[in-house]
Design a protein around this ligand. Structure first.
Ligand SMILES: Nc1ncnc2c1ncn2[C@@H]1O[C@H](COP(=O)(O)OP(=O)(O)OP(=O)(O)O)[C@@H](O)[C@H]1O
Ligand SMILES: [Mg+2]
Length: 498
């Protein structure tokens, strides 16, 4: 084996996160690391790359025990990580981001000068090599789309020669063509002998790219499979420790009258005319490929994005939110797509993150009632199965998927009228997705109008009672009843629709 980890143990406080875990990968192999939210995948990879220390266990490379105590140790052995959360510097150029910490320079120390032209040239060459020649190495990173930034981060990991490359949910914010590009890059690297660890919650992807699948469950090894010799069900059973029940909930029992009606929404940029009608007591799906307006429409409907045209009515009454607070006052909530930037306050405990949108409700006589906040948090920690040590844990200590559950749970108050969810299950494991979908159905049956915006056709097909499809900033199709993923893809103009 190129790399072999054995007996890995890691606890945060008294939370034992990895217990005697092993992981092995050979040169030229793609191994998928699978497990529910909080199973320990990112933690294991952070130990492999020297970001976290371990309490016990050994790491061997080419059969020799090696010392990995810090990121530079891992780098020296050619182990590179593309982390789960985007970690680029938006104010620097693409080239600087690619060569972060390893810029070509004249001399050493504080007086060294970066050879900028050379750096730009090398960065551009690398981008070309990866089939990303469209990206200008001189551009400031913040001018790129989110998925392009992700690709730059991938280029950074490949700037040094990687022997082992860890990709922690790299596809979560990529468009379909970008994902194909990434898979092509991975295939090339594997051919050249690089070992790749691939983390994803999308089983289809895992089966498409991996040679083997290693499953973690609650911090222990739950099985290693040869991809070609296994199937979805066996892998899922190892992941969840039980058979998976139906992922999607039953259809709406009794949809009501149109409640949330948007007409010709435009922003003079990516939104060119979008109309959406969602009824009471239903889940309305909004589907589009990345670039269709699907990434902006949620904020636009919520009043967090400036519009140049269009109208929205709520139960027949004009709704013109100019700030998020206006929308909240009208009983409209938004679970944003960019959790890290828009959703959470990393240092705050779960209790506060859970109660942020409705903070004023917890104020009595000028002070916040902590017990009542805690009560709300505890209720949804339990109902959504959030893996945490409790309401007082800072949210940054939670795994990505569990943070997402908090972003959803905070809106689940009784008197909400409309809940808009932007890519609600990105990074959320299948078990938790099922729980979230079931809650959305319960809430919609109780009267809530639910609008789910997603670039995942399977999700909209499985969940939505009615659906709107976006293409090039316009609503181009509406389905008044159940619709399949193929039909959605077709309406959205995907090349993959058969
Ligand atoms: N810095 C930290 N401080 C405290 N606890 C942590 C920290 N990092 C991770 N944990 C805990 O370790 C457990 C495993 O988290 P990890 O991020 O490894 O999960 P994961 O398998 O990557 O999940 P996901 O699919 O949601 O990304 C979680 O229960 C989390 O609360
Ligand atoms: Mg993770």
């Amino acid at each position: 084996m190129l790399l072999d980890m054995t007996g890995i143990r890691k606890a945060f406080g008294n939370n034992l996160v990895l217990d005697d875990v092993g992981f092995a990968i050979d040169a030229g192999e793609i191994v998928a690391l699978l497990g529910a939210n909080g199973a320990g995948k990112s933690t294991l990879m952070k130990i492999m790359t020297g970001i976290y220390s371990r309490d016990a266990g050994t790491v061997c490379i080419d059969g020799e025990t090696v010392r990995i105590e810090a990121p530079r140790d891992a780098m020296a052995h050619g182990i590179r990580l593309i982390p789960q959360e985007l970690s680029v510097l938006p104010d620097l150029s693409v080239a600087e981001n690619v060569f972060l910490g390893a810029m070509p320079a004249n001399g050493d120390g504080p007086l060294a000068t970066v050879r900028f032209a050379e750096m730009v040239r090398r960065a551009q060459d690398l981008l070309e090599e990866l089939g990303l020649g469209d990206i200008d190495a001189r551009a400031r990173l913040s001018r790129l789309t989110l998925s392009e930034q992700r690709l730059v981060e991938i280029a950074r990991a490949l700037a040094g020669k990687a022997r082992v490359l860890v990709m922690d949910e790299p596809t979560a914010s990529l468009s379909e063509p970008e994902r194909d590009k990434l898979f092509a890059i991975m295939a090339g690297l594997r051919q050249a002998g690089t070992a790749i660890v691939f983390i994803s919650h999308y089983l289809d992807e895992v089966f498409e790219v991996s040679d083997r699948i290693s499953v973690l469950r609650d911090g222990i090894n739950a099985g290693v499979f040869v991809t070609a010799e296994t199937d979805h069900d066996s892998v899922l059973a190892a992941m969840l420790g039980r058979q998976m029940e139906h992922l999607y909930p039953p259809p709406a029992i009794a949809p009501g009258a149109p409640f949330f009606v948007a007409r010709d929404i435009a922003d003079g940029d990516t939104l060119a005319g979008i109309s959406i009608t969602a009824r009471q007591r239903e889940i309305h799906g909004v589907f589009g490929l990345i670039g269709s307006g699907v990434q902006t429409i949620g904020k636009a409907l919520f009043g967090a994005h400036a519009l140049t045209g269009g109208t929205i009515t709520l139960n027949g009454t004009p709704f013109r939110p100019r700030f998020a607070a206006d929308a909240i006052a009208s009983g409209v909530g938004l679970v944003p797509g960019e959790r890290k930037a828009e959703g959470i306050v990393a240092e705050m405990p779960l209790r506060e993150n859970f109660t942020l949108p409705f903070l004023s409700r917890y104020v009595r006589g000028g002070t916040i009632s902590v017990p009542r906040q805690r009560q709300f948090a505890a209720r949804w920690i339990d109902a959504l199965g959030v893996r945490t040590t409790g309401p007082e844990q800072p949210i940054r200590g939670l795994s990505g998927g569990n943070q997402q559950k908090v972003c959803i749970g905070r809106w689940l108050v009784d008197d909400l009228n409309v809940l808009i969810l932007d890519e609600p299950t990105r990074g959320v494991d299948l078990g938790a997705r099922r729980d979230i979908y079931a809650h959305l159905r319960t809430l919609s049956d109780q009267g809530l109008t639910v609008i789910v915006i997603s670039s995942d056709a399977e999700e909209i097909a499985g969940l939505a009672d009615t659906a709107t499809v976006l293409q090039k900033g316009r609503s181009v199709a509406r389905f008044d009843g159940p619709v399949g993923a193929e039909a959605l893809m077709h309406a959205a103009g995907s090349s993959k629709a058969a």
